[in-house]
Write a protein that binds this ligand. Sequence first.
Ligand SMILES: [Zn+2]
Length: 143
Amino acid sequence: MTACSICSMIAERSAPGGFVYEDDLFVATIPDKTPVPGWLIVSLKRHELPLTSRLSDAEAAALGPLLRRLVAAAATAVNAERVYNTLFGEGAAHWHMLVATRTSEIPPQDRQVDLIRSAARYSDLDRALRAADAIRAELADHA
Ligand SMILES: [Zn+2]
C-alpha cells in the first residue's frame, strides 16, 4: 500500500468514471473532490514531485501535445470559452495538473483563480461523467 493518493488512484483506477485518457506516461481523470463538468486532472503515471522541472525529457516532450489534445477535447465537449491549465503542487506530492474549462455560465466574478476557489459550487458528478464521455468521444475523433 502506497502513501501517495495519486499513485493509489492510478493503481486502483479509482477515479470517478475511470480514466478519461491514458497513455504510457500520463492519465487524465475527473477531479474526485471538484467534479466540475469538463475539468480534468492530468497525472504523471510515475511518482514524481509536482515540479515540471522534474519531468524526464520524454515526459516533457509528450506533455505539450497531450495538453493541446485534452484542452481541445474538453473545450469542445462543454463549449468552453477558456481552458485554464494550472499546476499548484500544494496538495498531493505527485506531479499532476488541472485542466479547468470555463464556460459562459461562469459569471465574471468567478473567473480566473476565483473559479478554483468556487469549484465546489460548480461541481456536478453526473454532468462531469457525461462531459468525460464527450471528451473521450472528441479524443477518439481526433486521435
Ligand atoms: Zn505518487
